[in-house]
Ligand binder design. Structure first.
Ligand SMILES: C[S@@+](CC[C@H](N)C(=O)[O-])C[C@H]1O[C@@H](n2cnc3c(N)ncnc32)[C@H](O)[C@@H]1O
Length: 299
């Protein structure tokens, strides 16, 4: 299968969707879920599909935060918004289907509003699991196909796909909704154990957002989200999983691996990360403080 992508290169998503998009309620409800699910302390957090770093300030309990995104320009925007916080942040343009990190590099990862752009989520899950150490936390947000609005639309014949079946539905090109059971299966298949679930955006309706002050709506959302382990009928669901005792921890001198051949024999210079494997030898440029693992030098 040819890999398909939802390409955010050159997109003004952060401004258009969040800052000018009337989504203060969703933003705050998502942050509340993250706060509840995050560990209280940690060393190195990986933000997958971080975009312009909307949520990065929630990860203050980590010594280091590595932001990665398929779009180089999203990483440029994130760096411009966040700065490098005295070396606490790293910015990486790369593909979640072939991560450029040594196995067991991170003790936490999060992926919010990204799996709904992944046609082959099981491939991404295996990659994410491989870069996490034993006893790490992984917080995944997914768009839930079995949400109340979809169930009503289906019941009244306004929607042709069933919210109850397990397969992911591509409701717009490269935008997928997932069934809660299939997400649990995906996580289990990748050797994650689900620990806690928060349902989010219970009140995502224009008239409610207009009628009720945002702070109150977010407080109600937090209250309702406590039922997340029992029932998931919201458009957005946050799942905290752990890795258990299995897997590797990266040695202190390993950070990157070559995303083309998988070798951890790489050398970082001022301007590139170079693969030392004879059969590969790719050089991945570092441009404007951003590691570019999408396009090797000369290719
Ligand atoms: C809807 S935005 C979410 C950004 C951020 N997580 C947030 O919640 O504000 C989706 C992001 O996923 C990234 N993305 C999509 N496919 C990807 C892939 N295969 N690997 C890495 N990032 C990807 C896009 O470039 C985009 O920045």
């Amino acid at each position: 299968m040819t890999q398909r992508y939802c390409d955010y290169e050159g997109s003004d998503y952060q401004n258009v969707f969040w800052e000018e998009g009337g989504r203060a309620y969703e933003d705050r409800a998502e942050r509340a879920a993250l706060k509840h699910l995050l560990p209280t302390t940690g060393k190195r957090m990986l933000e997958l599909g971080a975009g312009a770093g909307r949520l990065t300030n929630e990860f203050h309990m980590f010594d280091e935060v590595v932001l990665m995104d398929y779009s180089f320009t999203q990483m440029q925007q994130a760096r411009a918004r966040l700065g490098d916080a005295a070396g606490r942040y790293k910015f990486i343009a790369a593909d979640v289907y072939s991560l450029p990190f040594a196995p067991g590099l991170f003790d936490a990862a999060q992926m919010v509003r990204v799996i709904h752009h992944l046609e082959e989520p099981h491939k991404a899950m295996a990659q994410i699991r491989a870069v996490l150490q034993p006893n790490s936390a992984f917080i995944l947000e997914y768009a839930n196909k079995q949400n109340l609005k979809a169930m009503l639309r289906y019941a009244f014949g306004k929607q042709d796909w069933s919210p109850y079946t397990l397969e992911q539905v591509e409701f717009v090109a490269m935008n997928f909704d997932f069934h809660p059971k299939s997400v649990k299966a995906l996580l289990a298949e990748a050797d994650f154990s689900v620990r806690n679930i928060r349902t989010v955006s219970h009140f995502r309706a224009g008239f409610l957002k207009r009628a009720i002050p945002t702070g109150l709506l977010v407080a109600l959302d937090r209250l309702a989200s406590t039922t997340g382990n029992l029932v998931q009928v919201t458009p957005s669901v946050f799942v905290r999983s752990d890795t258990g005792n299995n897997g590797a921890t990266a040695p202190a001198d390993q950070f990157f691996r070559c995303p083309a051949c998988g070798s951890v024999a790489v050398t970082e210079t001022e301007s590139s990360v170079d693969c030392n494997a004879d059969a590969c030898g790719k050089q991945w440029p570092i441009k404007d403080g951003i590691y570019d693992f999408k396009t090797p030098v000369g290719g």
